[in-house]
Ligand binder design. Structure first.
Ligand SMILES: [Zn+2]
Length: 237
């Protein structure tokens, strides 16, 4: 299978945005997009190096995202899994765990990066001076991370791929202590922390409720289904 160039990944992401009636520059709310696409999304703790899993059966699509990865990383993983669900040429259920990044994993990462951080959106955030100097300043970096909901390293890789920062500048920016710096710039550090444990985004609960209210399943059966689907209490954030 062919590895997508960054330009090809951007074109694919632009096509996906177009198909889903999304603007070509605005940030994406991944949870709302997943709900719109009728994908079942479950957040559960996985091992440290596992980011997510997705699978498809007919028109049913499912994602499992590691709640012990940061919210920014979770956002990227959802976009990565969207590639597997909609564009992967040889979809095989597998745990996406980062390195080594080859083949469709690399394509999924490039697609995710282009989908979450569209070229037009990134360029609207940087000044002419920053473009000319290939040197995006720290304030702009943190503003973009918060705006597009991505991790520090994910944004820096995108800026480097777009030629907006040099390798040297990448190294400097990549050494920043992210949570402390975000707070110093007046931002909430939640993006860089774990979250969403136990959250389920699905219409299964609503369907079970319809079955219960129409008398087709008992209250006990309904409660059992809800327990299986949603487990204990979970707070969405
Ligand atoms: Zn993957």
């Amino acid at each position: 299978m062919k590895t997508l160039t960054i330009t090809e990944a951007e074109t694919l992401a632009a096509k996906f945005r177009y198909q889903e009636a999304l603007s070509q520059s605005e940030p994406i709310n991944a949870k709302m997009l997943v709900r719109k696409l009728n994908i079942t999304l479950v957040y559960r703790p996985l091992s440290e190096k596992s980011f997510g899993i997705s699978c498809r059966s007919g028109e049913k699509r499912f994602m499992l995202i590691n709640s012990r990865s940061t919210r920014g990383r979770q956002h990227f993983t959802i976009a990565h899994e969207l590639y597997h669900l909609y564009f992967d040429e040889h979809p095989v259920p597998h745990i996406c765990c980062g390195d080594p990044v080859t083949g469709e994993e690399k394509n999924a990462n490039r697609f995710a990066s282009a989908l979450l951080m569209p070229r037009e959106g990134i360029l609207s955030c940087v000044s002419r001076d920053e473009i000319a100097k290939h040197d995006v300043n720290v304030a702009t970096v943190f503003r973009m991370e918060q705006l597009f909901g991505v991790s520090h390293s994910t944004l820096l890789i995108r800026l480097k791929d777009m030629g907006l920062i040099t390798s040297t500048r990448f190294q400097v920016l990549n050494c920043i202590k992210v949570k402390e710096a975000a707070r110093e710039w007046g931002y909430d550090a939640a993006l860089y922390e774990y979250g969403n444990e136990g959250v389920v985004i699905s219409d299964f609960g609503a369907k079970a409720r319809i079955l219960f209210e129409s008398g087709r399943i008992s209250e006990g059966h309904y409660n059992e289904l809800m327990k299986i689907l949603y487990g204990g209490e979970a707070e969405e954030d």
